[in-house]
Design a binder for this molecule. Structure first.
Ligand code: MRU
Length: 365
């Protein structure tokens, strides 16, 4: 995707087999800076501090983190320590564990001298696969948006999304936003209502930024406005991403997603999750009770970050000092509230049978 006319991905190798570069997402949309990851610890810190975030990008960063560790020390201990460090960073996005296990499977069988080169190649392959998956999700989601457009007689199609599941959350294109970009490219009049997504404001900071940079019309709304807009008939479809989708079709995503699904059901608005293979956790059936939910720092709730009049990024306190706060980062939308899951293989029913029909035989990889 483009920023100021220049094509970017969210992560890339600076030199073949060398350092890895990422866009620092903690500074967007007010500043655009690239950070260099040189060691596995840099990759782990970037994930933990949300310099990179979004389930697919976390997975790809994990893969490059393993490669960075192996170029320094290619032995078994280094491989095990790298994976342990990376897996401990963020618990909910299953792409992290998926990418770590894939890297382990790929390199552990090789003599140490061959591991680093193979690890870089595998990380690059995971990144390319993510781009291809997101593009395919876009094509399948476009079919759904075309159907909605038929009933609207040329009027704009209003999509509501939560958090950021665009290209910034992936390597390119995005998951939930890929159908939007495909529709925009196809000339459909698409408009996006963007939940601001407190506490980290990924909607206001990242989704609005990337849609705007690409020329897709969007409107930022407070996290509490979606239900009202659905009652007023102003939302045609909700499309969200996912950090972990169970084999039964339950969708873990940024906190607040579940409330949007409830409002969508009450108002007859279709609610889709856009999910690549790497986000499906085939070991889980009951998302509400089994998906580990990240508890994040109280400071994200007690303070709000933004740009001050002097142009500097600042945090201001917004909660009475001493007040107890909770900050669960994700929630789970049960499959019964999900109209369908848009995957790179097509649109599945949100059920074990629906997902298994698309991925039959591939669940273990
Ligand atoms: O805490 P974040 O910003 O990593 O959370 C991101 C989300 O919840 C996204 O919606 C999800 O990862 C899907 S990204 C394609």
């Amino acid at each position: 995707m483009r920023i100021n006319g220049q094509a970017f991905r969210t992560i890339w190798q600076v030199d073949a087999g060398g350092d890895v570069a990422v866009i620092d997402q903690t500074l967007l949309p007010f500043a655009f800076e690239v950070r260099t990851l040189r060691r596995v610890e840099d990759a782990a810190t970037a994930i933990r501090d949300m310099v990179v975030r979004g389930a697919p990008l976390i997975g790809v960063t994990t893969a490059y983190g393993v490669a960075l560790a192996l170029r320094e020390h290619p032995g078994d201990d280094s491989l095990a320590a790298a994976i342990e460090t990376l897996v401990a960073t963020r618990p909910t996005a299953v792409n992290l564990r998926w990418a770590a296990e894939r890297m382990r499977r790929t390199v552990a069988v090789l003599p140490p001298g061959e591991r680093a080169a193979r690890a870089y190649a595998e990380a690059a392959a995971i990144a390319e696969e993510d781009v291809a998956s997101c593009a395919a999700i876009g094509r399948h989601g476009l079919g759904l948006l075309r159907q909605l457009a038929h009933g609207k007689d040329g009027e704009r199609i209003n999509v509501l999304t939560h958090c950021n599941a665009g290209w910034l959350a992936c390597v390119d294109w995005g998951t939930a936003l890929a159908p939007v970009y495909a529709a925009h490219a196809a000339g459909l009049p698409v408009h996006v209502y963007v939940d601001e997504t407190r506490p980290r404001s990924q909607g206001a900071f990242l989704t609005a930024f990337e849609l705007g940079a690409h020329g897709v019309p969007c409107t930022v709304i407070t996290d509490n406005a979606g239900g009202y807009l659905m009652q007023q008939g102003e939302v045609d479809v909700c499309i969200v991403g996912s950090d972990r989708t169970t084999a039964a079709g339950d969708v873990a995503n940024k906190i607040g997603t579940y409330l949007k699904a409830l409002a969508a059901r009450d108002n007859g608005v279709p609610f889709y999750a856009a999910v690549p293979f790497s986000t499906i956790d085939w070991t889980l059936d009951d998302g509400v009770h089994e998906v580990p939910i990240e508890e994040r720092s109280a400071r994200e709730v007690t303070h709000v970050r933004g740009r001050a009049p002097d142009g500097k990024l600042e945090e201001v306190e917004v909660v009475a000092p001493g007040t107890r706060v909770r900050n669960p980062g994700f929630d789970v939308t049960p499959a019964r509230l999900v109209t369908g899951i848009i995957t790179e293989r097509g649109v599945a029913a949100a059920s074990r049978a629906g997902l298994a029909a698309l991925y039959s035989g591939h669940e273990r990889h």
